[in-house]
Design a protein around this ligand. Structure first.
Ligand SMILES: NC(=O)c1ccc[n+]([C@@H]2O[C@H](COP(=O)([O-])OP(=O)(O)OC[C@H]3O[C@@H](n4cnc5c(N)ncnc54)[C@H](OP(=O)(O)O)[C@@H]3O)[C@@H](O)[C@H]2O)c1
Length: 137
């Protein structure tokens, strides 16, 4: 039996190290997904990704125009149903009530708690111990 070449050995070593198998694991497709903060950015893109036949997509946000626009796009992509709810995630009681309602009605497979703000780095900020958090939030 011939020895594997160095390049293949490196590839095999890296795969093992990173836990990557040759076979791609198929992710189960959620049938009901609730995404908070879906009126823009990452939440919107996730809503569109999950929007397909056989899925119910539930989206939340605070901006009615943008949330409704996303709801229309989700529907146009073929989702069985889309529910758009204006709710502030900081309102714990309303958020809990809505999620329990949705779970009772649709049996949620996946909840993406995405709503939030990215402060990012604006202006002339020197990154140091007291400002590292700006890179991540
Ligand atoms: N983009 C990045 O590089 C990055 C990096 C690290 C973490 N993140 C996190 O990933 C998430 C999404 O980021 P993004 O870049 O997609 O931000 P984005 O485009 O600003 O979207 C944020 C979404 O969250 C919603 N939202 C914000 N506060 C809310 C509140 N109190 N109640 C309900 N909805 C609220 C907004 O909806 P309305 O405008 O309709 O209220 C909007 O749909 C955030 O939690 C952010 O902190 C992002």
């Amino acid at each position: 039996m011939s020895k594997p070449c160095v390049q293949n050995q490196v590839k095999l070593g890296l795969s093992a190290f990173l836990g990557v198998s040759k076979k791609k694991k198929k992710q189960p497709q959620p049938r009901t997904v609730l995404i908070t903060g879906a009126s823009s950015g990452i939440g919107k893109e996730l809503a569109l990704k999950y929007a397909k036949q056989g899925t119910v997509v539930i989206i939340t946000g605070r901006n009615a125009d943008r949330l409704n626009e996303v709801a229309q796009l989700v529907k146009a992509k073929g989702a069985d149903d889309v529910i758009a709810k204006l709710v502030d995630v900081a309102n714990e009681a309303e958020m809990e009530k809505f999620m329990l309602e949705m779970d009772a009605k649709f049996k949620l497979d996946l909840v993406v708690a995405n709503a939030g703000v990215s402060s990012g780095i604006i202006g002339n900020v020197t990154i140091g111990p007291s400002t590292y958090y700006l890179l991540f939030f």
